[in-house]
Design a binder for this molecule. Structure first.
Ligand code: PLP
Length: 389
């Protein structure tokens, strides 16, 4: 199955400059880069030693899901019935895995019965009991115990809300095995994880849990967390992560283990950039048409100290789009809503010439941007174009 027609109907341009020249967008404009989605998917499908699940919460837009599907992604980490339905309505052959350890009542039953979902996560006995009761056929299930992997290699931790320690994990693995379901393990080292070694440490926690439990596990899902390349820093290359993970898996000495990963950010961040416009300039303050309540939501998190790479763009007297040059200086970047909190936590570096009516293009904007925008105060970025190179 290929892209839905809505995708084919988007305007297409040879470059971001051409898109700006032609559309002169006064509302934020998402630019889709199909070849970047394809490259990200290929990196994981070729390099990761196991199944690659796309974590839908990082960008559930049909444009992201469709480009990743077209690039060969067939497995999806879905955390709610809504996400499962969004994926299945686009691609009925997609394989969904329900990887949230706490589910609303009835969602496991609907996922299992209506959508054939057989992979579920738990981190407590009460959710295991509920899962087994709702699905009623343990022999068909693989149940993953979510472990705490609080190892400090990531900018956004993912272990304080969900997960259990090895002793509790081992107890749950034995209960799962006793129920007739296949016991499995998973963890999330945290998002934007810049340290490949963190995955090896987490795999050791899994190994310790297996030893304590004394049961054979059917699958190990090493979660997401793989970093995107934001402004001014190069994360370690992905092959360092894959090599480190492969070595740690070799040490497990479980040759028939089904290994999985759930990248979100790494698969969808590079494929979308964003054109914003300067509505007004006052000294070093830029009043923009998008902000914290729109595409910049993730900047709210104090520990996420990444910046999206900015490029200043102006239209000359003939209406041609040109990249602004000159010495960079820091600007305060205010969003369009009336809320004083609608300001980016760090300055954006742009040429001093930037003026009202100019544009700022931000790269690497596919992850946790589109997914968490809100219509607060009547602003909702939702214009799209495709860049074909
Ligand atoms: C959010 C999430 C992911 C994706 O994490 P990234 O850091 O975007 O790769 C994967 N698995 C689970 C369980 C998640 O909650």
């Amino acid at each position: 199955m290929n892209a839905p027609t809505t995708l084919d109907a988007l305007p297409r341009f040879a470059s971001p400059l051409k898109a700006i020249e032609s559309l002169k967008p006064s509302e934020p404009l998402y630019l889709v880069h199909p070849e970047k989605f394809a490259a990200a998917a290929e990196t994981f499908l070729k390099g990761f030693p196991g199944d690659v699940l796309y974590a839908v919460k990082s960008n559930p837009h049909p444009i992201a899901i469709t480009h990743l599907w077209n690039a060969g992604i067939r497995h999806f980490d879905t955390a709610s019935l809504g996400e499962i339905e969004a994926v299945k309505s686009l691609f009925p052959a997609a394989v969904c895995h329900f990887m949230a350890p706490v589910r609303l009542a009835g969602q496991a039953k609907a996922a299992f019965e209506r959508h054939g979902v057989t992979d579920f996560v738990v981190d407590s006995e009460s959710e295991l009991t509920k899962l087994l009761a709702e699905t009623g056929n343990p022999k068909k299930l693989r149940v993953f115990v979510r472990l705490v992997a609080q190892l400090g290699g990531a900018l956004l931790e993912m272990s304080s809300k969900y997960g259990c320690r090895p002793e509790e994990g081992a107890r749950l693995l034995r209960k799962i095995a006793a129920s007739g379901a296949q016991p499995c393990l998973t963890f999330h080292v945290g998002s934007q994880c810049l340290s490949p070694f963190t995955y090896a440490q987490a795999i050791e926690i899994a190994q310790q849990t297996i030893r304590l439990a004394g049961v054979k596990i059917a699958a190990l899902d090493i979660g997401g967390g793989f970093p995107a390349a934001y402004a001014g820093q190069e994360p370690p290359p992905y092959h360092w992560f894959f090599d480190m993970i492969a070595t740690a898996l070799d040490n497990l000495a479980m040759p028939d283990l089904n290994v999985m990963c759930e990248p979100g950010r790494a698969l969808c961040a590079p494929g979308i950039s964003l054109v914003t416009q300067v509505v007004m300039r006052r000294d070093d303050r830029l009043y923009m048409n998008d902000g914290i309540y729109g595409s910049f939501d993730e900047q709210r998190f104090a520990s996420f100290d990444e910046n999206y790479p900015p490029t200043g763009i102006t239209l000359d007297a003939k209406g041609k789009a040109k990249t602004l040059t000159g010495e960079l200086r820091p600007f305060r970047f205010y969003g369009p809503t009336c809320d004083s909190a609608d300001v980016l936590p760090r300055p954006v570096m742009l040429p001093d010439a930037v003026a009202a009516g100019d544009y700022v293009l931000f790269g690497t904007m596919g992850a946790y941007t589109v997914s968490s925008r809100s219509p607060f105060n009547g602003y909702y970025p939702d214009a799209w174009a495709v860049i074909v190179s």
